[in-house]
Design a protein around this ligand. Structure first.
Ligand code: 5GP
Ligand code: MN
Length: 336
């Protein structure tokens, strides 16, 4: 929970209508999208004037969420978004721990803003830009935190099926459908409550995971064929080149979740996926682990990234093959 003094001050601010902006991290996932929209539908009921500003475009698999069409995109409508942010009384930042996680353009702009920020986030080592901070790396998801935040405000009656649908989305996506070790009994209690109030859990899961295109599954097949094993280091990794993405008409979101297959092999506790992005001139990397192997530290130490103990990301500006070669030698040097 947020500490009580901060909570009382924030409660005071929220007692009268305010101009509020809500910002998720760049390359939105189910948790950032679900938490921003869940908070949005909650704050609207308190008569606040609320704007949603995403750093960049988001994927189709989360575009069905209620009010997704209201989300403005900073990298597309920069002037309009900047003006709204400059006019905001309060800016909520959700599911990230440092302003640069909104990308270079938006991150640089936010650094210059002298505004009251509220952080709700479950990543380790948060920066200190926010006046109000609810940061807890033990939480399954930011969506779970928004649920607790609303409870702490004493306004749980405002958690209706619209708010609940959004929040359930992040619970499901960030816990790998309730299978990761971040899933607690409280996570299940939150899910149970949302089902009790009438969200359609099966439909939400279907919207998220059973709406793939044929091309997406073919790309998954390619990714699985590209998987390499380093059994003596309990490590696996997958690569996808830009050419391979193009061959299967890649669309945003198509590679979501593929990294997890690397852990589904017996005896593997560390995996990575390297995805070439020619437009951004980077290799985007996702890391996953099982047990104690800390991929947040790995991503921070070697690949300019971060995240959680068992799920993190990073990037590289070297070529795909150079990046993979570097990864292999780091694993050989550092993993017993
Ligand atoms: P994913 O691999 O699904 O993109 O991300 C896994 C986790 O790591 C998420 O919590 C995400 O926010 C975080 N993450 C992904 N990429 C980066 C990055 O480049 N930098 C940092 N600090 N965190 C990242
Ligand atoms: Mn999250």
């Amino acid at each position: 929970m947020m500490n009580e003094t901060e909570m009382a001050a924030l409660q005071q601010l929220l007692a009268t209508p305010k101009k509020i902006s809500i910002i998720p991290h760049r390359n939105q996932d189910g948790d950032s999208m679900g938490s921003t929209l869940g908070l949005y539908h909650f704050l609207l009921q308190l008569n606040h004037d609320v704007t949603l500003i995403s750093p960049n475009e988001f994927a189709d698999y989360i575009a069905w969420l209620p009010a997704a069409e209201k989300v403005l995109v900073f990298e597309k409508d920069t002037t309009e978004c900047a003006a709204i942010l400059e006019n905001s009384d309060l800016i909520f930042t959700l599911d990230f721990n440092a302003l640069h996680r909104t990308g270079e353009l938006m991150g640089a702009f936010l650094q210059t803003l002298d505004k009251t920020f509220v952080m709700i986030d479950h990543h380790q080592l948060p920066d200190s830009y926010a006046k109000f901070m609810y940061s807890d790396p033990k939480m399954s998801s930011t969506c779970e935190m928004v649920y607790h935040f609303i409870h702490q405000l004493g306004l749980e009656k405002l958690i209706n099926t619209t708010v609940g649908t959004c929040l359930y989305t992040g619970l499901v996506t960030d816990t790998g459908s309730f299978r990761f070790s971040s899933t607690t009994s409280t996570t299940h209690q939150v899910a149970a409550h949302l089902i009790e109030i009438g969200i359609n859990n099966s439909q939400i899961h279907n919207n998220l995971f059973d709406t793939s295109s044929y091309n997406r599954l073919q790309l998954l097949g390619k990714a699985l064929q590209n998987m390499k094993l380093m059994p003596e280091f309990k490590t696996s990794y997958i690569t996808l080149s830009q050419q391979e993405l193009d061959d299967y008409h890649y669309e945003k979101g198509d590679t979501e979740g593929i990294v997890n297959y690397g852990l589904s092999i017996d005896g593997i506790d560390f995996t990575a996926i390297f995805i070439e992005n020619k437009a951004e001139e980077i290799i985007k990397i996702s890391f996953r682990s099982q047990g104690d192997y800390d991929v947040n530290q790995f991503a921070r130490n070697y690949f300019n990234g971060g995240g959680h103990i068992n799920a993190a990301g990073g990037k590289s500006t070297a070529s795909l093959s150079e990046t993979v070669d570097r990864f292999i030698s780091i694993v050989k040097e550092t993993k017993k």
